[in-house]
Design a protein around this ligand. Structure first.
Ligand SMILES: [Zn+2]
Length: 307
């Protein structure tokens, strides 16, 4: 189990959790989510009938709290439970199941499942820049998850799903669920997520030969010849290590992952990997910061005007 100080008030006191969140999302004080104004344009509403943490904007005259515009907006889950769920997700190396979260939080299973999926949205970074660059090595590798049938008597086995991961050595990972592992699909993923000034390292699959020529250099490892580490440089061990952790999560913690949600799990694993040098508390704080600006993804266009 991750080291976790459950005595921290943010995990059981909703006011403390809200203040913690305000500190993370509003480092310079409250900001109106509609107008972007702050400072003396904002008043804190205080009254017996007012919910704690509600502010009012003098420009648009609308009330708001710190969860507006985040993945936590309009959920009825107490903020202390969000804080604890974020801490647990951030500190569990191979992920934690919603079942285990439900037991730890004392919520029902559906609430735990919802919490983790919303936090995976917070972990995702759709604007992440390409990795690599001059004198950088990027390992590219693909793997399959799923497809392990528990009982073959019940229908066809679940679908095997392809995952393509790029990892800059000593840098960040970019993992994507891809429909197939053809040269065309992998090239598309490579050139949008990796700087072509990088040195590309792959296995000897013919799919990489052509795209490899677009990079500053291309090395490959012959896995079938048991040649995993040639000269300490020609290897894809970083990507292999990443997949090992991912698979321990998919088969050990989650037991199975549906195709509809695979991208979210990959965002979670990339999030932790890319912050592996942080403390658990720093990683959890970063996860809560990521909650901002994601609420829009759930909003139906026809409701946007009233949301
Ligand atoms: Zn406003």
């Amino acid at each position: 189990m991750p080291k976790l100080d459950l005595r921290n008030p943010i995990f059981h006191d909703d006011d403390a959790a809200r203040e913690h969140l305000e500190g993370l999302l509003w480092p310079d004080g409250p900001v109106c989510p509609r107008c972007g104004v702050m400072g003396d344009r904002i008043t804190k509403l205080q009254g017996k009938s007012t919910r704690p943490g509600v502010h009012k904007c003098k420009d648009c005259r609308k009330p708001f709290s710190v969860t507006v515009g985040t993945v936590m907006e309009r959920s009825h889950i107490p903020l202390s439970k969000w804080a604890l769920a974020a801490q647990l997700m951030s500190s569990s190396k191979k992920g934690m199941s919603a079942l285990q979260l439900h037991r730890m939080l004392g919520t029902n299973y559906e609430t735990a499942w919802f919490l983790f999926h919303r936090l995976r949205e917070a972990a995702s970074d759709p604007s992440s820049p390409p990795i690599g660059g001059e004198n950088k090595v990027i390992e590219a590798d693909e793997t399959f998850v799923g497809g392990k049938a528990k009982n073959k008597a019940f229908g066809p086995p679940p679908k095997k799903m392809a995952v393509f991961t790029l990892i800059e050595r000593d840098g960040e990972a970019r993992s994507r669920h891809v429909p197939d592992v053809t040269a065309k699909t992998l090239r598309e993923s490579l050139v949008t997520q990796a700087d072509r000034k990088s040195y590309l390292m792959t296995d000897e699959a013919p799919t990489y030969v052509k795209v490899g020529r677009e990079f500053a250099g291309h090395g490959s490892v012959n896995h079938s010849a048991d040649e995993y580490v040639r000269g300490g440089f020609w290897h894809t061990n970083t990507a292999e290590g990443y997949f090992a952790i991912l698979k321990r999560g998919v088969y050990g913690a989650f037991h199975s992952v549906s195709e509809a949600h695979l991208s979210r799990y990959l965002a979670e694993f990339d999030f932790r990997y890319n912050r592996r040098d942080m403390t658990d508390a720093e990683r959890a704080a970063d996860l809560l910061r990521g909650a901002k600006g994601k609420r829009l993804l759930y909003r139906r266009p026809d409701r946007a005007a009233h949301a």
